[in-house]
Ligand binder design. Structure first.
Ligand code: ATP
Ligand code: MG
Length: 292
């Protein structure tokens, strides 16, 4: 049995998405810088607003993705789990709105290229988060790396973020092709959901999805669905600078509304109820603010 076989067996024995456990959503992309980490934190905020317990797992190891966007300094990281014998619960940092996150160990040598044993240990311990959250959102590194593919293989629900940059759709396709070729990938058990981000118009966003869908349905035959469009929005750029998710800093912005809608879609909330909910939410907020 070679190392890859060993790893596959370990992952199989420790599926990240057990039947009755937390909902595990893995956010990925072919190309870097398309908005994965923003997607992860803002979906987390929106799930939290719907009363869900949420933990973000930063699987872009060695970089400070989530903590920088949250403006939170983690006391611990996955490095403590791997090298100091701490458990998963002990290394969770509780950020804004009591959203938990597990830091990928920024700036720690060795985290960028985890060996089989460490990855094995990490995946085995992921199930501990299951008891502490309703939704676990995994933010991955960009591109086709073994560690990324292992997280995708272990998740039933995968969100691919794509943009209108020319290489984004082709890179997304390459990633899905590699996933499809993975010996442990269970095609029928998995669903690929697509968000088109930083797009100029909804129309362009939908066309981008169609392009990807055409090639994916023809050549890979994966279950794929369109989650929605997040517009190019300066509020996100400002929110990133302020180190606070746009859904907290600018909840009325176009992108925050898009994340709200996407989360409602993920929760199967009918469109009619969304308008009602937003309306009533606004009503109660005004009531609390003493405007009535
Ligand atoms: N909808 C948007 N509108 C405007 N700017 C955006 C939008 N989404 C993301 N950005 C910008 O793109 C940058 C990259 O976003 P983010 O870090 O979420 O991408 P990523 O895919 O996680 O990157 P990496 O591959 O490096 O992990 C952000 O700093 C932000 O400025
Ligand atoms: Mg990122």
């Amino acid at each position: 049995m070679d190392q890859a076989d060993k790893l596959r067996n370990i992952i199989k024995a420790n599926q990240v998405a057990p039947a009755q456990g937390a909902r595990v959503i893995t956010v990925t992309s072919g190309k870097g810088g398309v908005g994965k980490s923003n997607t992860a934190i803002n979906l987390a905020v929106q799930f939290r607003k719907l009363g869900k317990r949420v933990i973000i797992f930063d699987a872009d190891f060695g970089l400070a993705n989530i903590e920088v966007m949250f403006g939170a300094i983690p006391k611990h990281s996955l490095a403590d789990l791997l090298y100091q014998g701490m458990n998963m619960k002990e290394i969770i940092t509780w950020g804004p709105m009591e959203i938990g996150f597990v830091s990928g160990g920024s700036g720690i040598a060795g985290m960028r290229n985890l060996g089989t044993d460490n990855l094995n240990y990490l995946v085995r311990n992921l199930s501990e988060l299951d008891k502490l959250a309703d939704v676990i959102i995994i933010d991955t590194a960009a591109g086709i790396h073994d560690a990324v593919l292992e997280f995708l293989v272990a998740s039933r629900e995968i969100i691919v973020v794509a943009t209108q940059e020319p290489t984004s759709i082709t890179d997304s396709y390459s990633l899905l092709k590699a996933l499809n070729l993975h010996p442990r990938f269970q095609k029928e058990e998995s669903i690929i959901k697509v968000i088109t981000n930083k797009v100029e118009t909804t129309q362009i966003g939908k066309q981008l999805y169609s392009k990807l869908d055409t090639v994916v349905s023809r050549y890979l035959k994966l279950n794929m669905e369109f989650l929605g469009v997040v517009p190019q929005d300066n509020a996100i750029v400002k929110a990133v600078m302020q180190q606070s998710p746009v859904c907290i800093s600018f909840p009325q912005s176009a992108s925050a509304k898009a994340y709200e809608d996407i989360t409602a879609t993920l929760m199967n909330i009918p469109h009619t109820d969304r308008i009602y909910r937003r309306g009533m939410g606004g009503f109660f907020a005004s009531l609390i603010a003493g405007r009535f």
